[in-house]
Design a binder for this molecule. Sequence first.
Ligand code: FMN
Length: 160
Amino acid sequence: MRILLAHTSLSGNTRDVARAIHARCEALGHDVTWIDADIQNLAQACPDGAEHDLYILGSWSINAGRTPPEMKRFIADLVEVVGKPERVAVFGTGETQWGEEYYCGAARRIAAFFGTPYPRLEIEQMPHGERDALKIQRWTDTILACTESIPHADLPRLHA
Ligand SMILES: Cc1cc2nc3c(=O)[nH]c(=O)nc-3n(C[C@H](O)[C@H](O)[C@H](O)COP(=O)(O)O)c2cc1C
């Protein structure tokens, strides 16, 4: 599959999770467009068109569980170009010390915005050890399996 993997990260936690997801997708033979939304916009990253089979979006959370402006801007660009895709999987990092109700609030908000049926992945701060590595790997495998099980009738016909 062609997968778009976009993230925002202030201090590197979300980028670490994104890297692990990226590595797993590539190890399973998928073609991943990697986007650091803090420094790249959609047009720069996808000059030949933004349609992908699966969109994976990852964000840290700011200010009472809100979405950082860089990810908001990226999502606005994405929706303008491809609409609200059905196949959006969301992950995030956060800290429970900001309040349980705000924990990973950006990931929750983004998932709600897209109305995604995929499970969310939430990691406290940075991925720690074998337990989080396994959690990220299992989540990645789950969203890939979900995507492959959705009928592909409306997938873009850009590739075989
Ligand atoms: C100003 C500020 C506000 C934050 N607010 C929240 C919050 O509301 N909810 C949350 O889960 N984490 C919050 N955090 C914690 C970060 O989301 C968390 O440390 C995250 O892992 C940072 O990811 P990054 O290293 O990719 O930037 C906040 C951090 C900062 C600096």
